[in-house]
Ligand binder design. Structure first.
Ligand SMILES: Cc1cc2nc3c(=O)[nH]c(=O)nc-3n(C[C@H](O)[C@H](O)[C@H](O)COP(=O)(O)O)c2cc1C
Length: 168
């Protein structure tokens, strides 16, 4: 699949809004991810308001790009949906990757902004959205149409030294 190889983190976006049909497609891709015991612990906050984007940009010095994004998705794990609690972050990571890959497919670009397991960042998001304890913020993904010079392109990371056949 070419998009796996060409996907890059996109941190600058055109002003153009992301169409609702594409937002729904991203969320559908997110919910197609594999999860432990098929628990599908995810929930999503779709953020388009300038004020909310500005607040999300304050999560850390590495999330500043969110303020200029037309869209951000906040990924949450819902403890009430978890049968295998210890696996929730792996489930959420698979969902996040699906979003990033579908974004490429739709002509968009995004970047994963890490939140969990860093409690201070999780608290910032929980406070912003007044989340109940059963909801754990996992990450934020800012998304938009890539700005000039922000294209997806192949970077070769293949390293045969990392591969061990049958024994290490
Ligand atoms: C768990 C995780 C947390 C990340 N957090 C941030 C972040 O806070 N800010 C950011 O700009 N990029 C963040 N990234 C994106 C990485 O910096 C990026 O994936 C990496 O540099 C490789 O570049 P690529 O995505 O273009 O292949 C994060 C990625 C992961 C998987």
């Amino acid at each position: 699949m070419d998009i796996i190889f060409n996907r890059r983190s996109i941190r600058r976006y055109k002003k153009q809004a992301v169409e609702q049909v594409k937002i729904e497609r991203l969320l559908k891709a997110a919910m197609q991810a594999p999860s432990a015991a098929n628990q599908q612990p995810w929930e999503f906050i779709v953020v388009q308001s300038k004020e909310s984007l500005r607040k999300l940009a304050e999560i850390s010095q590495y999330s500043k790009m969110v303020v200029d994004a037309p869209l951000a998705l906040v990924l949450l794990g819902n403890k009430d949906r978890m049968k295998s609690q210890r696996h929730w972050e792996q489930d959420m990571a698979a969902s996040a990757q699906n979003i990033l890959l579908e974004a490429v497919h739709l002509g968009l670009g995004g970047v994963w902004i890490g939140v969990a397991p860093l409690q201070d960042k999780m608290d910032i998001v929980s406070k912003q959205y007044e989340l109940e304890d059963r909801l754990s913020p996992f990450c934020v993904i800012s998304i938009g149409y890539p700005d000039e010079g922000q294209e997806h392109k192949f970077v070769d990371r293949f390293d045969p030294e990392r591969i061990h056949y049958e024994k290490y």
